[in-house]
Design a protein around this ligand. Structure first.
Ligand code: FAD
Length: 440
């Protein structure tokens, strides 16, 4: 990529999308597919914030069943099963065990009903759930605590490389020649001038600045949105987010003897996933209120202790300690408040606001539902700009030839690395690491 990509980009776009996490990537792709000339920018690397800090699952959200959020679960399950077809090299379906103990909050019969409902809401596209007895559960999860174990429910969700899927969604949008995507470009300010928006951008690596004109501006800045909009002199933006931090740790392979992902359901009502991959085991997540800077967060000691304590309760013989941790990361859930503090209830529904006719703010939702979020925005903008919106286009497989297959068990070759450097917006060493590692 050119050293000064901002300086060489056009002065005019139909739409500027701010924020290159999965939501901005989805809006960029959908608008580009429909012929709109779009510029996508991110202050940091694409997908370097929340969209590479998730539990790395495409899922319906089994725990939302308890809140009766059936529409959300239905939508997310259908999206999960769609992406398994659209990007099979970046996600795969896996069985998840939900162990049940004599003193578990949810007894076996309740789990069975829940898992049936989960499959029903997927229109039976999920591989079917089943129930395991104690011996079968011990076989799949040899290290699990025996005392009080009565068995497990088994259901199916998908595991995804969240950072790479975001990049490949952007690359797919770039197949349309009119559009452009540049990382490390921050939004400094923007003004509404007549029917246009002047967008003042700054290259965070070179400090070059440039003003781009557009008809519509999209804020896909997830947890950062309130910070950007609440100080804007032409807007009367009331803060809408309830920043909630979630942390994960990566354990060395073999720290716990398990052959399948599982869900731990501690008595505080949370859920913690333990997901073995080829080389590592992912454990998370926590849930903490967060104040202060939202960029580049790390887990704190109490979050790590919380995860280790829960592992100890489920796997007392494994004796997992801080020594087994080989990596950690944290992100902020962009939970949107609906005027009450019941986060679990309001949490994952996405919200689309239009505080001005040509300002589109999309936030909340889940990684899994990004295509639907993008569709809401793209459909509206296409109608406004006089483009015919075709909803089938975003349901087509990604058209690019992948440079790297994260779950293949192989490392990127020097040849692949050269391709990634020249084709995948690599501007810093960290950008390159994010493209070729699943443990970000
Ligand atoms: C701990 C945790 C676990 C999760 N697990 C899952 C899961 O397993 N499955 C699932 O479906 N969902 C999950 N989620 C939710 C999911 O990760 C988020 O909903 C999704 O990633 C949000 O994407 P986004 O694009 O809105 O935000 P982000 O990915 O944060 O993107 C916003 C972008 O805006 C950029 N930005 C900010 N300010 C500026 C500026 N001034 N100028 C330009 N750019 C700017 C940032 O750099 C950032 O890249 C999880 C979330 C968390 C926190």
């Amino acid at each position: 990529m050119h050293k000064d990509p901002l300086l060489e980009t056009d002065l005019y776009y139909d739409v500027v999308v701010i924020g290159g996490g999965i939501v901005g990537a989805g809006v960029f792709r959908d608008l580009s597919l429909n012929g709109v000339k779009v510029l996508l920018v991110d202050k940091k690397d694409f997908s370097s914030q929340t969209s590479s800090k998730s539990s790395k699952m495409l899922h319906g959200g089994i725990r939302y069943l308890e809140n009766m959020d059936f529409d959300l679960v239905f939508e997310a399950l259908h999206e999960k099963n769609l992406w398994l077809k659209l990007a099979p090299h970046l996600c795969y379906e896996s069985a998840f065990y939900m162990p049940v103990f004599k003193d578990s909050l949810r007894p076996k019969w309740m789990i069975k009903i829940g898992l049936f409902l989960y499959d029903l809401l997927s229109s039976f596209q999920n591989s079917p759930h089943s129930m395991a007895n104690k011996e079968e559960t011990k076989k799949a999860l040899p290290h699990i605590k025996s005392k009080g174990l009565s068995g497990a429910g088994i259901y199916h969700d998908a595991i995804v490389d969240d950072a790479r899927l975001t990049i490949e969604v952007i690359l797919d949008g770039l197949e349309e020649s009119n559009s452009r995507a540049i990382n490390h470009i921050g939004l400094e300010s923007f003004e509404f001038v007549g029917h246009r928006v002047n967008v003042n951008l700054k290259d965070e690596l070179t400090s070059n600045t440039k003003t781009i004109q557009c008809k519509e501006i999209v804020m896909a800045t997830g947890p950062f949105t309130d910070e950007i909009l609440s100080t804007h002199p032409q807007l009367n933006w009331k803060k809408k987010l309830l920043p909630s931090k979630g942390s994960h740790i990566w354990l060395k392979k073999g720290s716990i003897d398990i052959s399948s992902p599982l869900v731990m359901t501690p008595n505080d009502g949370r859920v913690i996933f333990v997901i073995p991959q080829k080389e590592h085991i992912l454990v998370g997540t926590t849930e903490e209120n967060h104040n202060g800077s939202l960029f580049d967060l790390t887990p704190n000691d109490s979050e790590i202790d919380y995860l280790l304590d829960n592992l100890d309760q489920y796997f007392p013989d494994a004796k997992v300690t801080k020594e087994h941790i080989i990596g950690k990361f944290a992100g902020i859930r962009p939970l949107v408040s609906e005027g009450d503090s019941d986060k679990a209830k309001t949490a994952r529904h996405h919200k689309y606001y239009q505080p001005r006719n040509n300002l589109h703010v999309i936030m909340g939702g889940k990684y899994t539902t990004f295509r639907i979020m993008a569709k809401d925005v793209a459909q509206n903008i296409c109608a406004k700009l006089g483009f015919t919106y075709n909803s089938i286009l975003s349901k087509k497989p990604l058209r690019i030839i992948p440079n790297f297959k994260p779950f293949s068990g192989t490392q990127a070759t020097p040849e692949q690395i050269e391709k990634i450097k020249s084709q995948e917006f690599v501007r810093t060493d960290e950008d390159l690491m994010r493209r070729i590692s699943v443990t970000d």
